[in-house]
Design a binder for this molecule. Structure first.
Ligand SMILES: [Zn+2]
Length: 266
C-alpha cells in the first residue's frame, strides 16, 4: 500500500500498451501503474497492425486507456493513411500520433516522411486534435513544418531530445514538451536543463514503454509505473515537490487531451 499521505495522480502521456510484449501481462502492468499513482495512459498506435489493437484496448479499459492513432515514420506503407482516418473519427480518440520525422540513416526518404507527416497534421487540424510527435535528427525541418500549423495544431514533442535553445523555438510555436525516462539518467545534462527551463504549463510526463530506459531500469522492463520515477526526477530538477510536478503535469495533460480529472477514482 502507498502511504496515503503521499498520493499523487499521474498520466503516462505516451506508452505503447499496444506493444505485443504487454499482451499477456496487461492487468498486472496497469495494477503496478495504479499503485504508483499512474491512472490514465495515452496509447499511440504506430503502424497499420496496431490501429485495431489500440482501439480494442481503449474499449476494454474505457477512460483509462486513451487512444491516439497515427502512422510512425518507420512504418509508412501504401494506403495506410486512408485506413487511419476511420480510427481518428472514433469517439475515444484523444490525439493524432505517433507521427513525425526520423532523419537518422536508413529511414524512409525525407520527402516521403514529410508528405505523410503533413497529411496527418491536416487530419489533426480538421478534427481539432493534438499531435504526438516523434522527432529524431529532424528538429530544423520539424520547426519549419510546425510553423505552418501554428494556431491550428498543438504538437507534443514526445521524449524531447533537443537542446534548451531548440526547445524554446518549439515553445514559441505553442508546443508541449514531454519528458521520458531519458531525463532520469544522471548524465543527461541536456535533458535536465530542458526540464528546469520548460514553463510549468507546457510539460508532460511519459515512459514510451517499453522503449526508453530510466536510470533504474533497462528499456525492456520499462512500464507505465515508471512515470513516477520521471516525475520524481523532474521535481528534483525543478526544485519543487513531487506533488506539485504531478499536479501540473496532470493538469497539462487534461487540458491538452480534453480529459476529465480522475482524482476521485483511486
Ligand atoms: Zn512512442
Amino acid at each position: 500500500m502507498m502511504d496515503p499521505g503521499n498520493q499523487v495522480v499521474l498520466i503516462d502521456t505516451h506508452c505503447h500498451l499496444n506493444d505485443p510484449s504487454f499482451a499477456n501481462s496487461l492487468d498486472d502492468v496497469l495494477d503496478r501503474a495504479r499503485r504508483a499513482g499512474v491512472v490514465q495512459f495515452v496509447v499511440p498506435a504506430y503502424d497499420r497492425a496496431s490501429l485495431s489493437g489500440t482501439l480494442e484496448l481503449a474499449r476494454r479499459y474505457p477512460g483509462v486507456v486513451l487512444p491516439a492513432f497515427g502512422i510512425h515514420p518507420w512504418y509508412l506503407e501504401g494506403g495506410v493513411l486512408d485506413e487511419l482516418r476511420g480510427y481518428l473519427d472514433s469517439e475515444e480518440t484523444v490525439a493524432v500520433g505517433e507521427v513525425g520525422l526520423d532523419l537518422a540513416p536508413g529511414m524512409a526518404p525525407v520527402e516521403v516522411q514529410v508528405r505523410a507527416f503533413v497529411a496527418q497534421l491536416d487530419m489533426a487540424a480538421e478534427r481539432g486534435l493534438p499531435v504526438l510527435v516523434h522527432c529524431r535528427k529532424a528538429h530544423g525541418r520539424m520547426l519549419d513544418i510546425l510553423r505552418d500549423y501554428r494556431g491550428k495544431v498543438t504538437a507534443v514533442l514526445h521524449s524531447f531530445s533537443g537542446s534548451a535553445e531548440v526547445m524554446e523555438r518549439f515553445l514559441d510555436l505553442g508546443c508541449y514538451v514531454s519528458f521520458s525516462g531519458s531525463v532520469t539518467r544522471e548524465r543527461a545534462k541536456k535533458y535536465h536543463r530542458c526540464a528546469r527551463l520548460v514553463p510549468a504549463e507546457r510539460f508532460l510526463l511519459e515512459t514510451d514503454a517499453p522503449s526508453i530506459a530510466t536510470q533504474t531500469t533497462v528499456a525492456s522492463r520499462v512500464e507505465p509505473s515508471h512515470t513516477r520515477e520521471v516525475a520524481v526526477k523532474v521535481a528534483e530538477l525543478r526544485g519543487v515537490s513531487l506533488e506539485e510536478v504531478c499536479r501540473l503535469s496532470t493538469q497539462n495533460a487534461c487540458r491538452l487531451f480534453g480529459l476529465e480529472r480522475m482524482e476521485g477514482e483511486r
